[in-house]
Design a protein around this ligand. Structure first.
Ligand SMILES: N=c1c2ncn([C@@H]3O[C@H](COP(=O)(O)OP(=O)(O)OP(=O)(O)O)[C@@H](O)[C@H]3O)c2ncn1[C@@H]1O[C@H](COP(=O)(O)O)[C@@H](O)[C@H]1O
Length: 117
């Protein structure tokens, strides 16, 4: 895993014992899961808008908005006590596995779908 993700994860867990007035992350925890999820949704929209921006220098905005989204996603994982390594391990497990093949292995035969409906 990238060092910055590891370092940030340590800080995010440390913030659980700090006061909201001294830390943005502690303030998010104090506001609760819904506020954290709201931020994840908000930052997702900002990433989409930055990616669709047609100006020549929009890449800097896209990088910044993606960093905001990743950051808030990391806060969500920490709040839920899900280690970042669980996500990177899952990506490693999928590495080299065709998305199309994986999707095909998930779909049920038609007659089974009808029976389960
Ligand atoms: N990487 C980040 C990081 N990225 C973005 N942000 C904050 O996320 C917020 C982004 O939200 P918005 O753009 O919507 O701005 P906003 O209007 O201030 O947000 P709201 O008032 O709507 O909640 C800003 O306040 C940013 O400063 C971050 N805040 C903290 N970190 C890391 O987390 C560590 C701990 O932060 P503190 O808990 O504040 O010490 C820091 O040392 C950094 O490493």
């Amino acid at each position: 895993m990238q060092d910055i993700l590891r370092q940030l994860e340590v800080v995010l867990h440390q913030r659980k014992t700090e006061t909201p007035d001294s830390s943005y992350v502690a303030a998010l925890y104090a506001s609760g899961l819904n506020k954290i999820l709201e931020k994840v949704g908000e930052e997702s929209t900002e990433v989409i808008l930055a990616a669709k921006d047609a100006t020549p220098d929009h890449q800097a905005d896209l990088v910044s908005e993606t960093a905001d989204l990743w950051f808030h996603t990391l806060v969500m994982l920490a709040q839920q006590n899900v280690p970042v390594s669980a996500v990177t391990d899952e990506l490693s497990r999928r590495f080299g596995l065709s998305g199309l093949e994986e999707k095909a292995s998930r779909s049920k035969p038609e007659n089974t779908q009808e029976r389960d409906a």
